[in-house]
Design a protein around this ligand. Structure first.
Ligand SMILES: [Zn+2]
Length: 335
């Protein structure tokens, strides 16, 4: 019996697989998230914020330049959160610490821990595993113009002061920052989902609070889960979800910053309508059901002892899969 025990009333039989299959079997879980900035993050490549010009809503003729949050800006910090926990309970560390089995992100993937198995990895010729966790570019509900601010920044001397030996350092750069209370609706998909991969990814999403430029990670972001969908296929895109919320907000969308309660309520209200269009069979958990589900998972992930047990069980699943599927495939290649 897994340590996370979800009743059949909440999650019907067949939504979770008992083990990760070798070939995809069409068992999807989708976490429906609304990401809200809580400080001044920077999502950029080449020194400028990422933007995209798209239709404002599903039912509007206007276009809108939106901020974009690319997929790695979302998934990398979440992976690192999970890996930090694995290290904390000594799951990805070899006992003799010779370093051979040590799982090092983007350097030497071990190929068999929950992070490697669920999120995937590639190590040149030595093997690879496709990610079972899918994220896509997310877009701000509000436009670029009202969602960013430019700051000039000063470089401080080492002691944190602005002057040294009588020289005053002046501002030497300008940088666009996203402002607080900007919302990025985002769907996170877990393919061939098991109760372990589901709870592992969910825990990472709930715990990760800093996103943005790799070096600083100064941007605070809060992830609101507004729904969980079990389905036999893919569902709506982040862009469509964002445009539907934009439409649903009506005149409220002109009040900047947006009211978080209204945004989350509108997001929840759009789910059933969007899902009806997706042509899949699905089971949606929102409102009370969702609260129950999150409560059960959090009861485990916020208790040190239970969390450790959970991570060990997830590791057992990952190791079993790695031995049955990943290592077999790479052995075959070598022959
Ligand atoms: Zn690993």
């Amino acid at each position: 019996m897994p340590i996370i025990d979800l009743s059949k009333d909440l999650v019907p039989e067949g939504c979770f697989l008992n083990q990760i299959p070798k070939a995809p079997t069409g068992h999807y879980a989708h976490l429906i998230v609304v990401r809200e900035t809580e400080s001044f993050p920077v999502f950029q490549t080449d020194g400028t914020l990422n933007i995209a010009k798209v239709s404002a809503g599903l039912h509007s003729d206007n276009s809108l330049i939106r901020l974009a949050m690319f997929k790695r800006k979302q998934s990398s910090p979440e992976r690192l959160t999970g890996r930090e926990l694995l290290h904390r309970v000594n799951i990805t560390q070899n006992e003799d610490s010779s370093g051979d089995d040590y799982c090092d992100y983007n350097e030497t993937f071990c190929g068999s821990c929950p992070d490697c198995v669920y999120y995937g990895f590639a190590i040149g010729d030595a093997g690879s595993e496709k990610s079972k966790v899918y994220v896509d570019t997310a877009y701000s509900i509000t436009g670029y113009d009202e969602s960013h601010q430019q700051f000039s920044f000063n470089a401080l001397y080492e002691k944190g002061n602005m002057s040294q030996h009588g020289d005053v350092r002046s501002g030497f750069g300008e940088q666009d920052h996203i402002v607080p209370q900007v919302f990025f609706p985002s769907v996170i998909t877990i393919k061939d989902v098991t109760v372990y991969s589901f709870a592992y990814v969910l825990n990472n999403v709930l715990r990760t609070k800093r996103y943005g430029a790799q070096t600083t990670r100064t941007g605070r972001l809060s992830n609101h889960i507004v729904g969980v969908v079990f389905a036999d296929g893919e569902i709506f895109s982040n862009l469509k979800f964002t445009q539907a919320i934009h439409d649903g907000l009506g005149d409220d969308k002109n009040e900047i910053p947006l009211n978080p309660t209204k945004v989350l309520q509108t997001a929840q209200n759009t789910l059933s309508v969007l899902l009806e269009d997706d042509g899949v069979t699905y089971h949606l958990l929102n409102r009370e059901n969702l609260k129950q589900l999150l409560g059960i998972v959090k009861a485990v992930t916020t208790d040190a002892e239970k969390l450790q047990l959970f991570l060990q069980e997830a590791n057992t699943e990952a190791q079993e899969y790695a031995a049955r599927v990943i290592q077999k495939a790479s052995n075959k290649k070598q022959k």
